[in-house]
Design a protein around this ligand. Sequence first.
Ligand SMILES: Nc1ncnc2c1ncn2[C@@H]1O[C@H](COP(=O)(O)OP(=O)(O)O)[C@@H](O)[C@H]1O
Ligand SMILES: [Mg+2]
Length: 523
Amino acid sequence: MISAPAHLVRLSRAAFVFAHEGVLGLVDPAMVPVPARPLLRLARLIERPAGGTAEARLSTALTRLGPSYVKLGQFLATRPDVVGATLAQDLERLQDHMPPFPQADAKAAVEASLGKPLDSAFLSFGPPVAAASIAQVHRGTVTTADAPRDVAVKILRPGVEERFHADLAAFTFVARHAENLSAEARRLRLIEVVDTLRRTVAVEMDFRLEAAALSEMAENTKDDPDFRVPAVDWDRTSKEVLTLEWIDATPLSDRARLAAKGFDLPQLARALIQTFLRHALRDGFFHADMHPGNLFVDDEGRLVAVDFGIMGRLGLKERLFLAEILHGFITRDYHRTAEVHFEAGYVPPHHSVDNFAQAIRAIGEPIHNRTAEDISMAKLLTLLFEVTGLFDMRTRPELLLLQKTMVVVEGVARSLDPKLDMWTTAEPVVKEWMTRHLGPAGKLESAVQSAGEVGRFVGSAPGLLTRGARVLDQLDEITRDGLTLSPQTIAEIDKAEGRRSRWTAAALWVIAALLLWIALRLL
Ligand SMILES: Nc1ncnc2c1ncn2[C@@H]1O[C@H](COP(=O)(O)OP(=O)(O)O)[C@@H](O)[C@H]1O
Ligand SMILES: [Mg+2]
């Protein structure tokens, strides 16, 4: 148990850093209650001159405050209802880079976690090649029966768990007080926001789970010619250390090098979209952090993904739903698309299928009139979920995670081929899957499976989980929800837009009070 003064000390340091780096300067004073405005001005007095762009200021402040704040920042990027659309966008662009920890600490961490001397596990162990808030990656070599093999060793930042624990306790402290003081904070379920962050990070900080995700994905994709993942070296993997086959490949972000190597960029874009859809539809298990930093192309032209900390799962029911709506839009069968929503039980039966079909047609038709490169599947899903909200549909969190990932994947694909045609790219994957599952042979297979699936669905509903195996519970929830939140919270996102300014004001009150507290301490 950490005491309230200890929380206040941590938080006041954060308030000071935010003020000093000029993050509070990003706040529109008009959104702050009048009595708090002098405090905001006071905060601005300690602002460092030449803080740079909003993004740069945020980045400096969060990096100074450490990993928990970087994660909080990334997390709040998915919550425009809490922080406002502009700040959410700035946060979304933040890169997770941190100065590396010393080589000696890395070696000591590996030895402690694997329980053996470094030399007995690795033939060589090089300096870090990448460092971020939770971990850093080193290149090493191991002996095998034939020849030495290169490996990537991802090491959990020493002390990061303790730090998270303390920082998250402080965040909970703020959330609890905010919920006591403000109806707005209660509506946004701030305590739940912090809890979700805690669970997400707990999963990301256990590398055995990342290794298991890699291994599951490897099994799912073993026959796919255009995608692969690095193999896990289980003998050198523990909670804090993840050892993988070293991937010698070109980053997908390095277009010039890809082109110089003679890769067909539009073909890579198609492969990326099809790969993602295959994982989502066929396997129901997808990588939910597909930014270009995590994607590579090997010399055989295959896509390689790393970083399996955040994964999404779709049950058969969601996959059938997704395939049917994509198929419905591709074939312009809006009535069928509408029916699917009712059949899945996502839209309450008192609504009219015809009215719903009309709303969907309003999204689909304009898209069909556009040229191929203007069609965005991610945008389509985004619009669809907006419309479905009007019909009291509570969007499943796993579908929202899919939609968010699709926005990222589509962005990466378009950077490789601005003329990418989403429909013709998606069609073969959707069609193949539909034929298998909805064709005469597939019907039976799916019917049998979905009976079990629906049972699982109910069985894993929040609240019905037993409290026992915590990490597994958490894993289940996180892989279902990823960085998204519970259905209730998501429903709130739609409603909260107009109330955002008042909550920002409440948050500022807390920060203002802290600054006052520091000021009094200093006097
Ligand atoms: N198996 C690998 N082979 C080569 N480089 C890797 C491998 N795994 C990770 N890396 C490099 O390390 C970076 C960070 O690894 P990643 O798993 O993405 O960690 P983080 O979760 O900190 O982003 C990657 O972007 C990549 O450049
Ligand atoms: Mg990464």
